[in-house]
Design a protein. Structure first.
Length: 316
């Protein structure tokens, strides 16, 4: 143990399943944990299919943002892998708000569609908030509709929790991180990561009960906060901004950031890094997620879990 927070050994035990989670030293293997979530999802898809219900996820992509295209392809192939039905609707960059809302309405009305995801960002002519509010809350598998946001905040568990924070909470749980009473510092206050992450960790109950601090670009003396953290969750979109000096020895560090930086040694001329200086910080942290191979894999797995839950609820 490198510090005074409870940590786990080389192989964390996932008590709920009686199995252990693979880890390389203190690096959390997000891909392995995500694979387990997907196995559970696949089993649930099979159960639903046996009852005549095929869970369906519809993803809508507007425009030609290359990063969005990659995310959408990955969602598409994962949903196919777990046996779900579904489609990706690809629309041109000139799509109007009216046209997009009409598609959302059609998906809202379809019995075959259990989950709807409109990939962000949307072209400038479309009001993203309006589109997110149009998706039926019971099909809002991204968890961005105000009804689901509100349910998360007040601790109602029948809504959908945004996938990235849900995946992080799941990882912490299976890695045996004791969150109760822990100082949890979140860097970032976006609606998709920072705010829902903080809302989850502050709830009353298992996997939560943390004392939460949210930091953002106006925070005075960021290091003073991060150095107090037993659990540090970084979602700022700033390459390698968290250095070893900012981390309390023994802390659990979760890196949400996905940033492309120039790297002439790579064929593509760039590489993906997180918001944390991984090599230095892993020397002081008790546990850390890598980029890639950490949080990103969990995000897609939780999207699949939300979709299968939406289908199961619709079948009730
Ligand atoms: P946003 O840009 O919406 O939010 C970034 C937040 O970080 C803001 O609240 C901002 O503060 C804060 N911030 C920025 N710079 C600093 C700083 N120097 N000090 C303290 N706070 C700072 O980003 P997202 O939340 O959408 O995403 C964050 C990162 O996570 C990105 O790299 C994104 O690509 C990645 N991501 C990864 C996912 C995954 O599955 N792995 C999923 C979603 C996102 P302020 O509000 O004051 O501007």
């Amino acid at each position: 143990m490198r510090g005074d927070v409870p940590v786990v050994g080389r192989e964390a035990r996932d008590e709920s399943r009686g199995t252990s989670i693979p880890m390389n030293e203190n690096v959390i293997d997000g891909a392995a944990i995500a694979a387990r979530v997907l196995d559970e999802v696949r089993a649930e898809v099979d159960r639903l299919k046996a009852r005549g219900i095929t869970p369906g996820l519809s993803v809508v992509l507007v425009g030609d943002d290359p990063a969005s295209a990659v995310y959408v392809r990955s969602k598409e192939s994962t949903s196919r892998d777990v046996g779900m039905a579904g489609e990706t609707i690809r629309l041109g960059a000139a799509t109007t708000q009216f046209e997009l809302l009409a598609i959302v309405d059609r998906l809202n009305a379809s019995d075959q569609v259990h989950g709807i995801l409109v990939q962000m960002p949307l072209p400038r002519q479309i009001d993203a908030d309006l589109v997110l509010r149009r998706i039926r809350p019971d099909k809002d598998v991204d968890g961005f509709h105000p009804v689901n946001v509100g349910k998360l905040l007040i601790g109602e568990t029948d809504g959908f929790v945004p996938c990235t924070p849900a995946g992080i909470q799941y990882m912490l749980e299976v890695c045996g991180v004791d969150t109760r009473g822990a100082e949890c510092v979140v860097i970032g206050r976006s609606n998709i990561v920072g705010k829902p992450m903080a809302a989850l960790m502050m709830q009353n109950g298992a996997g939560a009960d943390a004392t939460v601090t949210i930091c953002h670009s106006r925070t005075r003396d960021l290091s003073a906060h991060t150095r107090r953290a037993d659990i540090l969750i970084v979602a700022a979109g700033r390459p390698q901004m968290v250095t070893a000096e900012m981390v309390k020895p023994g802390a659990v560090v979760i890196d949400v950031g996905m940033n492309r930086i120039p790297d002439s040694t790579k064929k593509s001329g760039s590489r993906l890094v997180g918001d944390v200086d991984f090599e230095r910080v892993r020397e002081v942290a008790s546990l850390i997620t890598p980029v890639p191979g950490g949080v990103g894999k969990m995000t897609i797995a939780m999207l699949m879990r939300n979709t299968v839950r939406a289908a199961a609820r619709a079948a009730r």
